[in-house]
Design a protein around this ligand. Structure first.
Ligand SMILES: CC(C)(COP(=O)(O)OP(=O)(O)OC[C@H]1O[C@@H](n2cnc3c(N)ncnc32)[C@H](O)[C@@H]1OP(=O)(O)O)[C@@H](O)C(=O)NCCC(=O)NCCS
Length: 184
């Protein structure tokens, strides 16, 4: 049997490539204010927009989006964006779209699996992300994975009538490996 390297296994979650059949669920999440309050984006998306985005995504080679599954249920997405083979870096985004699955360790587990894939299989040196300054749960999860605060984009996002600061965080390959070594 041929192993699909894009099926990533954490201890609690499985990550598999996002498929067109998942898009309806994504539209639901990205139209839910409970979820979107934590994201840089403001507007709800339509299925047509999401399908157009997915077609473009399949044509591009610099992005990999995974569906996060818990016990076979698709509960969120994780993306490696702007994968840069020259500078060996990428940006990461994650959303668990089902709020009942928040704060149960799934996000951190998905992040660890994606970082192992990015560093070990894609050969990345650095993975970065942006997070709204008041999104403390997400930052706690990133801290647990070893991301460090790299800087602050002041008043970078306008949301619900106010400008919000955005924190830039990153982790290097050697930092990830050191943490894995000390955890073993
Ligand atoms: C951010 C997200 C991916 C994290 O995944 P998760 O499964 O909820 O996170 P985890 O359970 O692995 O870790 C969250 C940690 O934050 C803690 N936490 C939760 N709410 C908190 C709060 N209000 N203040 C401080 N810590 C908080 C949890 O207790 C946990 O830490 P612990 O393990 O030390 O107890 C998920 O919550 C999510 O998708 N949220 C909505 C969208 C979003 O914010 N995306 C990220 C955009 S940058």
């Amino acid at each position: 049997m041929i192993e699909d390297h894009r099926i990533l296994r954490g201890s609690k979650v499985v990550l598999r490539p996002l498929a067109s059949g998942d898009l309806r669920r994504c539209v639901k999440w990205f139209s839910d204010p409970q979820v979107t309050q934590f994201l840089g984006r403001n507007t709800p998306v339509t299925l047509a927009e999401e399908e157009r985005w997915f077609r473009d995504y399949l044509r591009r080679g610099d992005e990999q989006i995974f569906a996060i599954e818990v016990d076979g249920r698709h509960v969120g997405n994780l993306g490696l964006h702007k994968v840069d083979r020259v500078h060996r870096k990428a940006d990461l985004g994650i959303v668990i779209g089902e709020p009942t699955y928040w704060s149960r360790g799934y996000g951190t587990d998905a992040l660890q699996a994606a970082l192992a894939y990015g560093f070990d299989l894609l050969g990345l040196n650095k993975v970065s992300l942006d997070v709204l300054e008041d999104n403390v749960r997400a930052q706690r999860s990133y801290d647990k994975c070893g991301f460090v605060r790299e800087g602050l984009h002041r008043e970078d996002v306008f949301k619900d009538g106010r400008f919000l600061n955005v924190v830039r965080m990153s982790i290097l390959s050697r930092e990830f490996r050191d943490r894995q070594g000390s955890a073993a």
